[in-house]
Design a protein around this ligand. Structure first.
Ligand SMILES: O=P(O)(O)O[C@H]1O[C@H](CO)[C@@H](O)[C@H]1O
Length: 296
């Protein structure tokens, strides 16, 4: 049976959830992190944790996918206050697009200024290898082409404008910071950048679909992230996102490869440590930058 879907959450619904959370923790996060499939280890890095199971949070959906623990974790990452979704929601779980992006609006009302998202994705770019980390510079929002956009429905100006700009969705300074941090950490060989394409899932792509996406300019394909990015940008948060290339998308009919979720989780395990180090180092630099801009 599919979980309950509700079409649209009011500002008051989101505020009620944010206030409920704020009443139970002293952490006032400036950075909000969303962990992709098999990448929830990032949340375990937080110190002084106050954690909530999604099932206990008012209005929150439940995680139904293996590799998504279903916990919202508050704490400090290298001394910086953060909140981390250990598990995200996807359209294919049967939730409305408004529901899968609800936590992003709650981030905003918790005081988050920068959202960092990770995901597992299939590599379309023929220069990519399994285990590469792709800094996302742009996206193709396929569900949006079909009218399934998280901002569809009445617009509440308290979140943002009716027609938000998306040409600067992925913060360029943060992309450069990721490149610099990646170089410092010695990740040069497997740090890439590219365009992420979101599909509805849960079926993986056919060969014809993969070829089409590649021709359209996508470097990696997955089933998440872009709706969250749209909602985050709508309400004025800075966005950084990266994909772990967990598998090579099958582009040839005579290939013996078959996409599967186990491979996705396995690659996540193998690269988790580097990915966590990249994101956590960036968090310390973002924080320094914020402090600096307040002083100036
Ligand atoms: O995007 P995340 O949540 O990392 O998960 C990716 O991995 C799953 C497929 O294996 C899909 O849910 C896809 O979107």
């Amino acid at each position: 049976m599919f979980p309950e879907t509700k079409n649209g959450y009011t500002y008051e619904d989101c505020k009620a959830t944010a206030d409920w959370l704020l009443a139970q923790t002293d952490v006032r996060p400036k950075v909000g992190i969303v962990c992709g499939s098999g990448l929830g280890g990032l949340a375990d890095m937080l110190k002084n944790q106050v954690a909530f199971n999604y099932k206990d949070i008012p209005n929150f959906p439940q995680s139904t996918v293996h590799g998504h623990a279903g916990r919202l974790v508050f704490g400090t990452l290298k001394g910086r206050p953060c909140v981390c979704m250990q598990g995200r929601f996807h359209l294919y779980e049967g939730y409305s697009i408004q529901k899968i992006t609800l936590p992003i609006r709650i981030f905003k009302l918790l005081g988050v200024e920068t959202v960092m998202l990770t995901n597992a994705a299939g590599g379309l770019n023929q220069d990519f290898k399994v285990g590469d980390i792709m800094i996302i510079k742009d996206h193709l929002n396929m569900p949006g082409f079909a009218g399934n956009n998280p901002l569809s429905g009445p617009n509440d100006e308290r979140f943002g404008v009716r027609f938000p700009c998306m040409s600067d969705a992925y913060d360029r300074e943060l992309q450069q910071m990721a490149m610099d941090v990646g170089q410092e950490l010695g990740y040069g060989d497997f740090l890439k950048e590219g365009v992420y394409c979101v599909l509805g899932g849960p079926s993986f792509e056919t060969v014809a679909e993969s070829r089409m996406l590649h021709k359209l300019g996508a470097d990696a394909v997955g089933m998440s992230t872009a709706p969250e990015v749209i909602v985050a940008r709508h309400c004025g948060m800075r966005v950084f996102a990266l994909s772990l290339i967990t598998n090579q998308v099958v582009m040839e009919y005579d290939s013996a490869e078959k996409a599967n979720h186990e491979e996705v989780l396995q690659t996540g395990k193998e690269r988790a440590e580097q990915l966590e180090r990249l994101v956590s180092t960036m968090v310390t630099k973002i924080d320094q930058k914020l402090a600096f801009s307040i002083v100036v």
